[in-house]
Design a protein around this ligand. Structure first.
Ligand code: AHR
Length: 505
């Protein structure tokens, strides 16, 4: 089987906003406690942050980490997480039916961000709380000393403002499961008033309003239209969430899900443009896809934990999906979609980062390891920076649940002009046949050489990485990939993910 792809330096989509490689950490299960934070762990620093986890996170070069929730944030009091640790209250978390002793709050989280080389993207509680607490939180993190909240921050150990630039106005407010769930009109008004107030404090803050929790929500896409009618002039981004699952065991349908993702993004892009036109606005609002990942492997286990759970446990093993090789393909397809939609998707967060539906797993007191999905995320984040190429793709395809004629090859291309490289991320969806890819690079001049080819493939789609076998699914160097007369030829094994990088003349 053959696929033909053409890349040209002048056929581009947009400069990729590197923030599409961001991530998410919630006070949920073991994401924070025994995830990033475990005083007494052999690798912990003086703040109790795990050094082994910090290194795995640092390697990912994550621009922003969204915090502290998620569903958790909709009943969260940020004040509980500041001040002397031994005086912080233990609260019951209504979203996940657990208890939280608030040993990590904004100070500890910012220190951790500095440790791993990332920045916080903070979510405000617009579920059980509202405008006033939001305003106090922003003044606490960003306000000057000499004011009430700035002085309290100084008393708690930090005179300099944190200067957090990016704020989420609530979380999944369209979801009936959310504490303080609202209609689109109720939420739209509250979000707009909150945005106006935060802008009165600092008009340069970047604000994200809640869009849909999923494109299967009954309220989608009217939710986006109504919320944007209220907030268009006061926010910068609208957030979307989507989780991916293979509940039927039908791999080919599963691998077509990113076509549904593509339509979701396009529909919201059109909705943004509709509201923009209605308002005769010159402003652009873009998309923050601030929760995405595969999430289904742990559903049964979580149901059992939550059903048998009479009390309020601290940091139980919730949402601990163990990812397999098939999920590598899915994550590669999702990231390709974000690259191809880089004209409108300006931020995206893999959900989540450690232990909870995460690329990194830990054992309390023990090791940390990379799940299978760590790798496509790692390569996209490190090498997928530059301008997204508008590739022409000719490939045979198949009919699936989420689209007809889904091409066997799914590919994205990134041109890094400064570094003089082009990087291609490709998935071969074919279950049994290798694809011979001919990729024309003539639009980049007459000389290009292959500098890297990483391949992920496995004979068992269900193969996983575990504590005792952490390297079952790992990338390997590809071979036989050459450029001749401006055409790159590569053989893509069946059901495989790869990254091919070329140095341009
Ligand atoms: O990431 C897990 C949960 O998924 C988040 O708390 C919530 O926002 C979403 O429903």
């Amino acid at each position: 089987m053959k696929a033909n792809v053409t890349a040209h330096r002048d056929y581009t989509i947009a400069k990729i906003d590197e923030r599409v490689y961001s991530a998410f950490l919630e006070h949920l299960g073991r994401a924070i406690y025994s995830g990033i934070y475990e005083p007494g762990h052999p690798t912990a620093d003086k703040n109790g942050m795990r050094g082994d986890v910090a290194q795995l996170v640092r390697d990912l070069k994550i621009p922003y980490v969204r915090y502290p929730g998620g569903n958790f944030v909709s009943a969260y009091n940020w004040e509980d997480g500041v001040g002397p640790k031994d005086q912080r209250p233990t609260r019951l978390d209504l979203a996940w039916h657990t208890a939280d002793a608030n040993q990590v709050g904004i100070h500890e989280f910012q220190d951790w961000c500095d440790l791993v080389g990332t920045k916080p993207m903070l979510a405000i509680n617009l579920g059980s709380r509202g405008l006033d607490e939001a305003r106090n939180f922003v003044e606490y993190t960003n306000g000057p000393t000499g004011s009430y909240w700035g002085d309290l921050r100084k008393k708690n150990g930090r005179a300099e403002p944190f200067d957090c630039r990016v704020w989420c106005l609530g979380n999944e407010m369209d979801g009936p499961w959310q504490v303080g769930h609202k209609t689109a009109d109720e939420y739209g008004r509250l979000a707009n008033e909150t945005a106006k107030t935060l802008r009165a404090f600092d008009k340069s803050l970047e604000l994200i309003v809640c869009g849909s929790s999923h494109s299967d929500m009954k309220t989608y896409p009217e939710w986006e239209r109504i919320v944007l009618e209220h907030t268009y002039d006061s926010v910068d981004h609208i957030s979307l969430h989507m989780y991916f699952a293979n509940r039927t065991g039908h791999t080919q349908n599963y691998l077509s899900l990113n076509h549904k993702l593509d339509r979701y993004i396009s529909t919201v892009e059109s909705t943004i443009n509709l509201v923009k036109a209605n308002k005769r606005s010159q402003r652009d609002v873009t998309i923050s896809f601030d929760e995405w990942n595969v999430w289904y492997h742990s559903n049964e286990q979580d149901r059992a934990i939550l059903a048998g759970n009479e009390g309020w446990p601290h940091a139980p093993r919730l949402l601990e999906d163990i990812y397999n090789f098939e999920d590598v393909l899915q994550v590669g397809l999702i990231l390709n979609t974000f690259i191809r939609k880089s004209n409108v998707v300006k931020m995206a967060c893999i959900a989540q980062l450690v232990n909870v539906i995460a690329p990194i797993m830990t054992e309390p007191g023990g090791a940390a390891w990379r799940q299978t999905i760590y790798y496509p995320y790692y390569f996209a984040s490190v090498f997928g920076r530059g301008t997204a190429l508008n590739l022409s793709v000719k490939s045979p395809g198949y009919d699936a649940e989420h689209d007809d004629n889904v091409p066997y090859i799914d590919i994205s291309g990134v041109h890094d002009e400064e570094g003089g490289t082009a990087t291609f991320f490709a998935v071969n969806r074919h279950p049994t046949d290798a694809l011979t890819m001919e990729l024309s690079l003539q639009g980049f001049g007459d000389r290009a050489t292959v500098i890297d080819h990483q391949v992920m493939t496995h004979t068992n789609l269900r193969a996983t990485n575990t504590l005792t076998a952490p390297d079952t699914v790992v990338p390997r160097k590809g071979s036989g990939t050459v450029v001749s007369d401006g055409t790159l030829t590569a053989s893509l094994p069946p059901h495989s993910w790869q990254m091919i990088r070329v140095k341009l003349s």
